[in-house]
Design a protein around this ligand. Structure first.
Ligand code: P5A
Length: 445
């Protein structure tokens, strides 16, 4: 993409209403625009990152055998009356009447809708295990929408639902989700720690939240510092192997790690003092096992091997897809702007032309742009007639992890400059080597 042909409404001034750095940077870098409280338009640069995050979520869900689909945003109130949550959900639910005065609502989550669907179509244990998921907009009329996409009213969530014959199978689904989530967040350059949490309006008594440590996080968390040494890495795992998933679960949840809602001061005191940490975190996901609660109310029954009709064991699992943009920026920025991890960067690298209009510099930039594009990479070329300082500031603000700087002086020596946004280190090399370097960085990502 050439900047001169893009839509990147960068703000020069710090927006006064943005209290935390991720909100400020998303507005300044032209990624989002508020349309009303807690509701945002996703401008092209923001939308690109949102889609990248969503794609990683899809890839990791499907790696684990979970099946993608799409359910509507508007739901019928009747379904929620069946589960008993229509009244229980309270003012956070946006209720709408259609022209026939039928009661509808904008879904804050989808347990009812999907359980009703499965009740309709699944009648035998032979169709199990089954995990369906979608990535869809949700609406929660939060009392205090704030911090930009972090606590929105309309927000994008990946929500998945497992249907199993037995509690043991459903707990395997729970563990499998824990494993996929660890991989998912790491691919986005994040460490998200599973912590024992409270289940809130979703129900059940077995749940973990995934938290990214950040001073601006809304949750207070208590944990054993040994947890932050763990990483899932690129281990191969057989998702059907119950013992393998269970062992990852034990590895990542055996140490003390809880949100304030479930914090137990006595148990925390058993952690050696030098390892006890009290901090803040951003909740980027949550997994639940709630047994047969919804399936009994919604009539989701199957015949087991003995021919008896039994209710399905269920869980649900959510990732805050739009919130993740904020979480990633909170975890990865400096005074000059965003620093995108390679896994989610909107463009793979920036190209800065120090002397736009200079025949040689223009030709070298065009050639770089074309070669990178031909390799399947997605460069962002600042081709404006602007001074170098302004172009560098823009690149730093939007946070592409790599920048190739091209100028007449370097070209005389046959070199361009490759700069890492994270370390600020620059290296001179031939354009061919620069292309090979960028291609190697993104290989396999
Ligand atoms: C699990 C999937 C659920 O709703 N039902 C379906 C379960 N869980 S949850 O914890 O309530 O939400 C899942 C994740 O969504 C993100 N989230 C939000 N993101 C932005 N703005 C909000 N107002 C908001 N509310 C929830 C969180 O990341 C949460 O973990």
């Amino acid at each position: 993409m050439r900047l001169s042909r893009y839509f990147l409404p960068i703000l020069k001034e710090n927006p006064a209403d943005a209290q935390i750095v991720s909100h400020r940077l998303m507005l300044r870098a032209g990624m989002i625009k508020q349309s009303s409280a807690g509701i945002y338009s996703w401008l092209p640069m923001g939308f690109k990152v949102l889609r990248k995050i969503e794609n990683i979520v899809h890839e990791e869900q499907q790696r684990a055998g979970h099946i993608p689909m799409l359910m509507p945003t508007l739901q019928s109130a009747d379904l929620w009356r069946k589960s008993g949550r229509y009244d229980a959900y309270g003012p956070e639910m946006l209720r709408i009447n259609d022209r026939h005065d039928r009661e509808m609502l904008y879904g804050p989550t989808n347990e009812e809708l999907i359980t009703d669907m499965v009740a309709n179509f699944v009648g035998s244990y032979k169709s199990l295990p089954l995990t369906l998921y979608h990535v869809q907009w949700k609406f929660r009329d939060e009392v205090r929408p704030r911090f930009g996409v972090m606590r929105g009213r309309e927000f994008l969530m990946k929500d998945g639902y497992n249907f199993d014959l037995t509690k043991e199978d459903a707990l395997h689904a729970y563990n499998r989700h824990l494993v996929t989530y660890l991989r998912t967040y790491e691919r986005m350059g994040l460490q998200a720690i599973p912590m024992r949490a409270d289940s809130g309006p979703i129900g059940g008594d077995y749940t973990h939240e995934f938290l990214v440590l950040a001073d601006t996080g809304e949750s207070e968390v208590f944990y054993d510092s040994e947890i932050t040494d763990l990483s899932f890495g690129d281990r191969a795992i057989d998702f059907d192997d119950k013992a393998a998933c269970q062992s990852v679960m034990e590895e990542f949840t055996s140490r003390y790690a809880r949100t304030d809602e479930t914090h137990d001061a006595v148990a925390f005191n058993e952690v050696p003092e030098e390892r006890r940490r009290v901090a803040r975190g951003i909740e980027v996901g949550q997994i639940f096992y709630f047994g047969t609660e919804y399936s009994e109310k919604m009539g989701a029954m199957v015949q087991n091997e003995e021919g008896q009709r039994v209710p399905l064991h269920m869980g649900s699992h959510g990732i805050g897809v739009s919130r993740l943009l904020g979480a990633i920026i909170e975890a990865s920025h400096d005074d000059n702007g965003i620093i995108w991890p390679e896994g989610v960067t909107p463009f793979h690298c920036g190209i800065v032309n120090l002397k736009q209009g200079d025949e040689e510099a223009d030709a070298a930039c065009d050639a770089l742009y074309d070669s990178l594009t031909a390799l399947g990479l997605d460069p962002f070329y600042d081709d404006r007639k602007e001074r170098a300082g302004g172009k560098f500031a823009t690149m730093d603000l939007i946070g592409l992890p790599w920048r190739i700087t091209v100028g007449p002086r370097g070209l005389k020596n046959g070199v361009v400059e490759v700069t890492s946004r994270r370390t600020g280190e620059s290296e001179e090399m031939s354009p061919e080597l620069a292309i090979a370097k960028i291609a190697a960085i993104y290989e396999g990502l």
